[in-house]
Design a protein around this ligand. Structure first.
Ligand code: G3P
Length: 217
């Protein structure tokens, strides 16, 4: 399973990349705004910086919602760096754009996916990644992990090339559950990544080992 981080924060990306286990970065317009990145030039410079730091796939989202705007923006974003994967929203024009970008050799990540029907359309259109938002799905009393499980079955059965990228991750449990049902990728916020390291028995065990070492020396 690939491990991505869901942030536009340079410090968090640097720290995550330092562990050597980072396979990619996902961003979205809300995460960019949170970092105070505004204006096309600043946004493009920020994406370039993230690509250098992560040296892995970096999802950069279009703002346009009609076919022509999405295509224009996608070509601009893809030209910034070969590691850019263009995030396209799940819309009828988005599906058209996914197909057209595939023909042009531009890699894509279909975002805001909440159903197997939507994921099927994106897979047929040739999206490289498909991003179901499992936390937001849980928020409306649906089952995000169950959606991932259904998608892995369908995609395996028909040998679709698209990778299932579980997004909107809220906890280490989400990460583990996505791994158990066969997600290809999980993208998680830095706080979830940090929480994955922690276990009280690890802390207590280490404290005792060190105490015993020091009392016997
Ligand atoms: O990047 C897309 C997704 O991961 C957003 O997550 O926490 O805003 O639902 P969240």
């Amino acid at each position: 399973m690939k491990f991505f981080i869901d942030t536009a924060n340079i410090g968090q990306i640097e720290r995550a990349a330092d562990f050597g286990i980072l396979d990619g970065v996902t961003t979205n317009p809300s995460l960019m705004a949170k970092e105070g990145i505004r204006g096309d030039d600043a946004v493009h410079a920020h994406y370039r910086k993230i690509c250098e730091l992560a040296d892995a796939d970096v999802s950069a989202e279009v703002i346009g919602t009609d076919f022509r705007d999405m295509m224009r923006e996608a070509e601009t974003l893809a030209a910034l760096d070969p590691r850019i994967v263009v995030k396209i929203p799940m819309l009828p024009d988005g599906v058209r754009a996914l197909h057209a970008l595939r023909e042009k050799g531009i890699r894509t990540n279909c975002t805001l996916v909440f159903s197997a029907a939507q994921a099927l359309l994106a897979a047929k259109a040739g999206a490289d990644y498909i991003s179901p938002f499992i936390g937001r799905f849980d928020d409306i009393a649906e089952q995000g992990v169950e959606l991932i499980r259904r998608l892995t079955w369908i995609f395996d059965h028909y040998s679709f090339d698209s990778e299932i990228l579980a997004a909107s991750i809220r906890s280490p449990l989400h990460v583990v559950q996505c791994a158990e049902v066969g997600a290809d990728v999980v993208t998680c916020p830095y706080a979830v990544f940090e929480a994955m390291f922690r276990h009280p028995l690890t802390d207590a065990g280490l404290e005792k080992f060190l105490r015993d070492y020091h009392t016997s020396h």
